[in-house]
Design a protein around this ligand. Structure first.
Ligand SMILES: Nc1ncnc2c1ncn2[C@@H]1O[C@H](COP(=O)(O)OP(=O)(O)OP(=O)(O)O)[C@@H](O)[C@H]1O
Ligand SMILES: [Mg+2]
Length: 507
């Protein structure tokens, strides 16, 4: 039987777009143009809706009031809220009010369908559906954001060939998990998968570990030892922390990669191997090359297909889904009640946090909370380390007018609802702003070369500063800069500024 989704939006164009997307997927879409009508439809439905897609800003009865009503009336239908650009505070508020997930407007059809899919699955689980399987492939990678969707489709393309891949990204973003999925979906899936942690082996042993040694090749070589390259023959070799390889080993590795031949320490002959290489690093490899620490020729050999995995703070849409995933996992392994769930407040807190340790940090925090929880609900106080790291983010006292004003933003008209990326969630790489030493400090009029700086550069810097200064509150930023909001949005677009993360930082 096909799923029934309720779309609540006061904008007729949006309603039509969303309805079209949902119906194209073979589901039934009902629509409501404001909260009151939504409540009537939800209350009057014979069978509960499978999901509600809810706009937040609506006249008469807004999205938060609908969420509140659903909470009071124990409506368990998952609600996906639509939020404006960069409004993390709005998101936080909606999550607190019980939203299941959020999408940033204008939402792409793919993102909407991912969210609806997750919501339906969660709804089914609530009613006791079957649980998922596990196996280490792409299916195990939890993804909700379009940024991560793109990464996974790159990775799948890589899996279809033997091309050498380098996965770059901060610690804990999931590089190893993606490497494993690439191998699992490649033609070499039933062949060996051998991991070398290049950073963890002592320099003196790297060679023998990678290439092996013959008995008696050096003091202590009491036996023949098969190297990782030979072990991985016909399979995949995963070089983790490849940026940590010493220059001497880089030379040897280059030779092996170039010729496909390896020289076992103490052996007379070379041996041919057939290996697919996947490397990972949390360093910026091209920077390492420029600094002379990583061989350029090796870089080009390994990095035929680069995949940059973005940090979690640049894809916050993944947070709720990941958090729920880890709750399920650790509830099972810790033998806790399967009904254990995250309080809306907690989900809000987790979404607001920037996660410097990325998914690993999130996973550990959830694990700890599941173990420590006394009841069935994971409350925010089970995450004290995170609450403490949110300066000025007092979750209990954010109910005043400042925020309401923020919620009345109009999304910029210039955005193409289909092709436009989601700025707040992607996190563009900005060129560093020259002369900006201290992001909190005053702007410099003079560039490093002693000349006056171009106006556009100063303007960009001022806008970034204002966004950070007023905590991303667009109305306030526009007012203080003395420009209209649509001008501000246009400039954000021109300068590729991510309003959720305006300042260029070293991290
Ligand atoms: N998208 C995801 N879905 C589910 N689990 C994930 C996801 N991404 C990462 N994880 C989990 O987060 C943890 C960290 O991931 P992983 O070890 O792959 O990170 P990494 O980038 O290799 O980090 P490091 O650079 O520190 O080695 C692992 O337990 C992994 O299973
Ligand atoms: Mg790793």
């Amino acid at each position: 039987m096909s799923a029934r989704i309720l779309i609540v939006d006061d904008d007729p164009v949006q309603r039509r777009l969303l309805k079209g997307t949902i119906e194209r997927e073979g589901m039934i879409a009902d629509t409501a143009d404001d909260g009151n009508q939504a409540v009537r439809l939800i209350a009057g439905a014979d069978k509960p809706y499978d999901a509600v897609v809810l706009d937040l800003v609506m006249p008469v009865m807004d999205g938060l009031s609908v969420l509140a009503w659903m909470g009071e009336n124990n409506v368990t239908t998952p609600a996906i809220v639509q939020t404006g650009l960069g409004g993390i505070e709005t998101v936080v508020k909606a999550m607190r009010a019980g939203a299941f997930d959020f999408v940033v407007k204008p939402v792409s059809p793919e993102r909407l369908m991912t969210a609806v899919g997750h919501a339906r699955k969660a709804g089914k689980k609530e009613r006791g559906g079957p649980s998922g399987k596990s196996g280490g492939g792409f299916a195990d990678i939890v993804v909700a954001s379009s940024a991560m969707d793109r990464i996974l489709s790159l990775a799948k393309r890589a899996a279809a060939s033997d091309i050498p891949v380098v996965l770059e990204g901060e610690s804990g973003v999931g590089k190893e998990m993606i490497a494993r999925a690439i191998q699992m979906e490649s033609a070499r899936r039933s062949r060996p998968y051998v991991t070398v942690n290049c950073g963890a082996i002592p320099a003196s042993l790297v060679e023998s570990i990678l290439f092996g040694h013959e008995k008696g090749a050096f003091t202590g070589a009491v036996d023949n030892h098969t190297g990782k390259f030979v072990e991985a023959d016909r399979g995949t070799l995963f070089l983790d922390e490849v940026g940590d390889l010493s220059p001497e080993v880089q030379v040897k590795l280059l030779r092996a990669v170039q010729t496909g031949e390896i020289e076992t320490v103490g052996a007379r002959d070379v041996r041919k191997v057939d290996i697919r290489l996947i490397s990972a690093t949390n360093k910026d490899l091209i920077e390492e090359v420029k600094a002379g620490r990583f061989r350029e020729d090796l870089y080009y050999r390994l990095n035929v297909f680069p995949i940059h995995v973005p940090p979690l703070r640049q894809r916050k849409e993944d947070i709720p889904e990941l958090a729920r995933h880890f709750v399920r996992r650790y509830v099972r392994s810790a033998g806790r009640a399967p009904s254990m769930s995250l309080a809306p407040e907690t989900l809000a807190l987790l979404t607001a946090h920037d996660w410097p340790g990325n998914i690993r940090e999130l996973e550990n925090a959830v694990h700890r909370a599941v173990v420590l929880a006394e009841g069935d609900t994971l409350t925010a106080d089970l995450f004290p380390q995170i609450a403490a790291q949110l300066p000025g983010y007092d979750l209990s006292s954010r109910q005043n007018g400042r925020e309401l004003e923020e919620m009345t933003w109009v999304p910029p008209i210039e955005y193409d609802p289909v092709d436009e990326p989601v700025p707040a969630m992607i996190g563009f790489e900005h060129p560093p702003i020259r002369g900006q030493k201290d992001p909190e400090g005053a702007l410099n009029a003079i560039a490093a070369n002693g000349e006056v700086r171009p106006l556009a550069e100063v303007e960009e810097e001022l806008i970034r500063f204002a966004l950070s200064f007023y905590d991303g509150q667009m109305s306030e930023v526009a007012r203080r800069l003395g420009i209209g909001r649509s001008t501000l949005y246009r400039k954000l677009k021109d300068y590729a500024i991510d309003p959720g993360k305006p300042l260029k930082t070293a991290a």
